[in-house]
Structure formats: C-alpha cells, structure tokens
Design a protein around this ligand. Structure first.
Ligand SMILES: Nc1ncnc2c1ncn2[C@@H]1O[C@H](COP(=O)(O)OP(=O)(O)O)[C@@H](O)[C@H]1O
Ligand SMILES: [Mg+2]
Length: 263
C-alpha cells in the first residue's frame, strides 16, 4: 500500500523583497514559482533520498508533507487523507539541532511521550531508544555536553520513540564532520532496516543518496520538477565504488546537477 501521495503539487511564494532600482517605486509583489507540478508516491517502508540544487524547494516540499506549509495547488495525501496540519504519525527531523538545550537527553526523548500515561512503559521506551542510538551513558547529559554526532543520534532517538509511521529528515548530516557523518548515516540505515519506517531524506550529498536510498529522486532547479526518479535495487551495506551501475548513476546525477564530477 502506498502511504504518501503528492498530486499535481505547485508551490509559489510571494516575493516581497523586490525593490525598484535607482529609487524607483517598489515593484508590486511578484510570485516565485518554486515547485512546479510535482507528482510522487512513496510506498510504505521506503527509504527515499531527495537531491536537488540549493534553493530548488526540497525543504519546502518536506514541510508540506509534514503539514507545516500548504501547497498553492494540488495536494499531499497520507493514507488517502489530505495533509492540512502536522500529524502525530509523521515526525520531522530538522536541519539544525532541534534538541531543547535546557533538557537532558532523557527529557528530550520524553518530550514526545507526554501522552503516555503508564510511567513504567514510558521509562522503558525512553531507555530502549536511548540504547538503540548508543547513548545509554549520556542520558542525563545536556545537549551542549554532547558531540555533534551524539546530539544528532539523540534527535533520532526522540523521533523514533514516538513510533511514527513516517520520518522526514531535512539534511540530517549537516554540520557533522566526515566520520561522524558516516556513523550517523549508518545509524539511519540500520534504524531503517530494523524498523522499516517510511523515511524521506533530503541530502545534498549524492553518495548519501546512493548508499542509503531504496530510491533516489533528483529535482531540477527552480521552478523545480522531478528530473529523475529511480529505484536502487541493491542490498546494503553498499560500496558505490565497487558497483559500476551506481558509479554510472553517480556521474549521471552530477551531470544533472550541473557539476562535472571528473575534474
Ligand atoms: N516562507 C517563504 N517565503 C518566501 N520564500 C520562501 C519561503 N520559504 C522558502 N522560500 C523560497 O523558496 C525557495 C526554495 O526554498 P527551500 O525549500 O528552502 O530550498 P532548498 O531546501 O531546496 O534549498 C527559495 O528560493 C526560498 O527563498
Ligand atoms: Mg533546504
């Protein structure tokens, strides 16, 4: 069963910043078309990586799937229900740390479980997810006492503890150093193998997409359309360098994004 459908979606923003040149009167507000007629379907349990040039509307698309913003035309459906506001069964992991700095790791994970009345069950759940991301000696630390990778894992634990159907991640590895990036990426892949949540990951890193995705989507520049939508029928872990098809696909995507990979 397919759980997320995006139908004929268009999104434009009013550009209020355009001023007339040389003291001319400000121009009337103009519309910028960001997403132009997007049609996509994400199946249950799929891990989809979305690539595209900066400013093409990737975050905007995720925000609409998460219900934080609304399409100008068209619709987003989850389980055949139109998304009009954030849903408790889809969790958005933000581009920058979303941990509350005045709360410990434990308290941050607990945040999403406020509705759970059974205290014992709640504590077990918090413990389980903290262990899953290997932060079990750091549950009483505050975010500033964690490394970047640990903070990102704590966020993952918080998102997963809610047991969402859909996990929406906007550049989840941003700001991490190379090795931490690889470790957190592995964590996300392991989590996906284990829990099979529908997972949408926006990344600007082509290798992330090729290593992680069940499917890769490449968007064009603004007004953005889906330029490539392809399945990656390879098991994980994957070695891109040893998989000729993935190497070819990597070249193709670099080309689509307007970068010559071979320098
Ligand atoms: N709330 C907003 N108001 C006006 N313009 C916006 C707003 N949000 C995003 N945009 C514009 O939409 C375009 C796409 O933004 P975004 O989705 O953040 O791109 P990406 O995540 O692909 O880098 C950008 O040109 C941005 O300036
Ligand atoms: Mg973005």
């Amino acid at each position: 069963m397919s759980i997320i459908q995006i139908n004929n979606l268009k999104k434009s923003f009013v550009d209020r910043r355009r001023r007339g040149r040389n003291g001319e009167a400000p121009r009337p507000n103009s519309e910028i078309l960001v997403l132009n007629d997007i049609n996509l379907e994400f199946a249950e349990g799929e891990l989809v990586c979305i690539l595209g040039p900066s400013g093409c509307g990737k975050s905007t698309l995720l925000r609409m799937i998460a219900g934080f913003d609304h399409p100008t035309e068209g619709e987003v459906l989850i389980d055949n229900e139109r998304v009009t506001k954030p849903r408790s069964d889809s969790i958005f992991v933000f581009q920058h740390s979303g941990l509350l700095p005045w709360m410990t790791v434990w308290e941050n994970v607990e945040l999403g479980l406020r509705h759970v009345k059974d205290l014992k069950k709640k504590q077990e759940t918090i413990q389980e997810y903290i262990e899953m991301v290997e932060l079990d000696r750091f549950e009483h630390h505050y975010p500033h006492q964690l490394s970047g990778g640990m903070a990102r894992r704590a966020e993952l634990a918080r998102a997963l503890a809610v047991n969402p159907n859909t996990l929406i991640m906007d550049e989840p590895f941003n700001g991490l150093d190379y090795l931490t990036h690889m470790k957190v990426r592995e964590e996300v892949v392991n989590m996906h193998e284990f829990m099979q949540k529908t997972t949408l990951v926006v990344t600007h890193d082509i290798d992330d997409a090729l290593i992680m995705g069940d499917r890769v989507i490449v968007m064009s520049g603004r007004p953005s359309q889906v330029k490539l939508d392809t399945r990656l029928p390879y098991g994980r872990p994957r070695d891109v360098l040893k998989t000729p098809e993935l190497l070819d696909l990597r070249d193709e995507i670099f080309f689509m994004l307007g970068v010559s990979y071979v320098v």
